[in-house]
Design a protein around this ligand. Structure first.
Ligand SMILES: [Zn+2]
Ligand SMILES: [Zn+2]
Ligand SMILES: [Zn+2]
Ligand SMILES: [Zn+2]
Length: 253
C-alpha cells in the first residue's frame, strides 16, 4: 500500500518536471526568435520618431511592440515613459519608469535619466490627484448626462408595473388556500402570505413604485471620461452644464 503511493508521487514529480522543462524550452525559443525580427525594428522606428519629436507616432510604435506580446528590450520602458511624459500621459509614464527601474535596477543604462524623469513627474501627478475635473489618469471627466451624476436611474417598477402590489403566488390571487385534512376532506384556509387579500406589496420596489437600476452610460460611476488630457481648470462647458441644471430645477418648481 505504502509502496504504491510512493510510486504515484514519483510519477507525478516526473510529470511535473517534463511540463516544466517543456515550458522553459518554449520560453527560450520565444526569446531568441523575435530579437531578429519585428520588435527591434518597431523599437528603432520609435526611437527615430522620438528624435524627430513625433511623440504621437513613437507612441504608436511602442504600443505595437506591447500588443505584439514580443519580448521587450531592457531600455524600452524608459523610452516609452519619456514619450508618455511628452504626451502628457503622466500616470502611465510613471508606471513605465517605475517598471524600468524595478527591472533594471541601479545598473540601468538610463538610470539617472529615469530617476530625474520620476522627479519631473511628481508635480503633474500631484496636480492630477488634486483636480476634480479629471480621473486618476489625468483625463477630463464630466458628470454623466444620462443620470446627472446620480449613478443610478429610477424608472417605473417592472414587476408591479408601478402599481405597488402584485398578485399573491401562493393562493394565485384568491386569498384562500385549500388543504386536505386527515379525513381526506377539503379545508379552506385564509392565505397566510397575503392575509386573504390575494395580493401583497411588491417585493421589488417595496411599494415605492420605482425601480433603481445602475446607469449603463457611466456604469454606475456618475462620470463620463473623455479622451482629452485635463488642464485642471474649470471649462466653460462645465459651467454651462451646471447652469443648465440650475435652470432645469427652477423650471420644475
Ligand atoms: Zn450615469
Ligand atoms: Zn395569498
Ligand atoms: Zn414594484
Ligand atoms: Zn484635471
Amino acid at each position: 500500500m505504502v509502496q504504491k503511493s510512493n510510486h504515484s508521487i514519483s510519477f507525478r514529480l516526473l510529470y511535473l518536471c517534463i511540463i516544466l522543462f517543456l515550458t522553459l524550452d518554449l520560453d527560450a525559443i520565444a526569446q531568441v526568435r523575435p530579437a531578429l525580427g519585428g520588435a527591434s525594428r518597431l523599437y528603432s522606428n520609435a526611437l527615430q520618431e522620438m528624435e524627430n519629436k513625433n511623440y504621437e507616432q513613437a507612441n504608436t510604435y511602442f504600443r505595437q511592440i506591447i500588443e505584439s506580446g514580443l519580448p521587450i528590450a531592457p531600455e524600452m520602458p524608459y523610452h516609452f515613459a519619456l514619450t508618455l511624459y511628452e504626451l502628457g500621459q503622466y500616470d502611465n509614464s510613471l508606471n513605465f519608469v517605475k517598471r524600468y527601474l524595478q527591472i533594471n535596477g541601479r545598473n540601468a543604462e538610463n538610470y539617472n535619466a529615469a530617476k530625474s524623469l520620476e522627479q519631473k513627474l511628481e508635480a503633474p501627478i500631484k496636480a492630477i490627484l488634486e483636480c476634480n475635473y479629471c480621473n486618476q489618469q489625468g483625463y477630463r471627466i464630466y458628470e454623466c448626462s444620462t443620470c446627472d451624476g446620480e449613478k443610478e436611474l429610477h424608472q417605473d417598477c417592472s414587476l408591479c408595473k408601478a402599481r405597488g402590489m402584485v398578485g399573491c403566488n401562493q393562493c394565485f390571487g384568491k386569498g384562500i388556500v385549500t388543504k386536505r385534512n386527515v379525513f381526506n376532506l377539503v379545508e379552506y384556509h385564509e392565505c397566510d402570505k397575503c392575509g386573504g387579500d390575494g395580493k401583497h406589496t411588491c417585493p421589488t420596489c417595496d411599494g415605492s413604485l420605482k425601480e433603481f437600476t445602475t446607469c449603463r452610460t457611466c456604469q454606475g460611476t456618475g462620470m463620463e471620461t473623455t479622451e482629452s488630457i485635463c488642464n485642471h481648470e474649470a471649462a466653460p462647458r462645465h459651467m454651462s452644464m451646471a447652469f443648465e441644471r440650475i435652470k432645469a430645477l427652477h423650471a420644475k418648481h
